[in-house]
Design a protein around this ligand. Structure first.
Ligand SMILES: Nc1nc2c(ncn2[C@@H]2O[C@H](COP(=O)(O)OP(=O)(O)OP(=O)(O)O)[C@@H](O)[C@H]2O)c(=O)[nH]1
Ligand SMILES: [Mg+2]
Length: 258
């Protein structure tokens, strides 16, 4: 079930945020990259719960090739919604809590063919989007999950989070045999039809592993690609022990149900 939108402030333009070099890492120009994917429309979905510090940084870095940005304001009590609205991107306010809930609400609004996701806290790098798209189209993949490990900058993740990520990823590998290196990454690039064919339904943090597991089980051409992970802006929203335990229980239930 997708949450009920309370309001949508919609405006297609996101040209305020075009200060990014329009070249990919491999030297391919964006027009060349555009010809690789021709008429595919690219949508970016950003779930946000009180991300007034990180969101402006993320929006500023989004490259021009992204056609649509949808910010899901998950009942924020800070300026997140206003920042997003002022920037001219699409904003939807979701009153029901939860990371997975936010994504399910956002995905229902996507008009693009390709969905990209990232947190609103500045940890995932928007400048990597062209390179990842180039790999997706060049290698005819259906789903790329950005892999944070090994961390480019070891200091950006605390030891408890590193441990929790490792346990959850090992559990995912043991239970589903899919060889994932980073089951908890929140940056994905996927074709919308993968989502439509194999939707994930968890409302919380376990949505992150569920979407990958279901896509792989559904036969998607899937690959993890390394990206640099960065320090967070703003306060952590995750409750490590509670969310970690919920994730583990969810994984077991999903395995039994499959
Ligand atoms: N935890 C959490 N995050 C939410 C929720 N709704 C939206 N979000 C957003 O989902 C993204 C992921 O949450 P984070 O708290 O960054 O979780 P994380 O990336 O595992 O942990 P950090 O190390 O703190 O970045 C952020 O952009 C949040 O603002 C929610 O109900 N709970
Ligand atoms: Mg985060």
């Amino acid at each position: 079930m997708v949450g009920t939108p309370l309001f949508t402030c919609s405006s297609a333009s996101k040209s305020l945020f075009s200060e990014v070099p329009q070249w990919t890492e491999s030297g391919i120009s964006l027009p060349e990259l555009n010809s690789l994917y021709r008429n595919q429309k690219i949508s970016l979905v950003i779930p946000c719960y009180n991300e007034e510090e990180g969101l402006p940084v993320v929006l500023k870095e989004v490259p021009d090739l992204v056609d649509e940005i949808i910010v899901v304001d998950n009942n924020s009590t800070d300026q997140t919604g206003n920042i997003a609205r002022d920037s001219g991107v699409k904003v939807i306010r979701e009153m029901k809590k939860g990371y997975g809930q936010a994504f399910q609400t956002g995905f229902a609004l996507v008009t693009g063919d390709i969905i990209i996701t990232m947190d609103g806290d500045g940890t995932y790098p928007p400048p990597e989007i062209p390179r990842l798209l180039e790999i997706l189209f060049g290698d005819e993949l259906d789903f790329i999950s950005a892999c944070r490990f090994p961390l480019t900058d070891k200091g950006v993740m605390d030891p408890v989070s590193k441990f929790g990520n490792r346990i959850l990823t090992i559990a995912t590998r043991i239970l589903f045999g899919n060889g994932l290196k980073d089951s908890q990454s929140g940056m994905w690039i996927l074709r919308k039809d993968v989502w439509e064919k194999s939707p994930a339904r968890n409302k919380g943090m376990a949505f992150s592993e569920e979407i990958k597991i279901r896509a792989i089980l559904g036969g998607a051409k899937f690959r993890e690609v390394h990206i640099p992970y960065r320090e967070r802006f703003g306060k952590k929203k995750i409750r490590k022990f509670r969310d970690g335990m919920k994730n583990l229980i969810f994984l077991l239930k999903l395995r039994i149900g499959n």
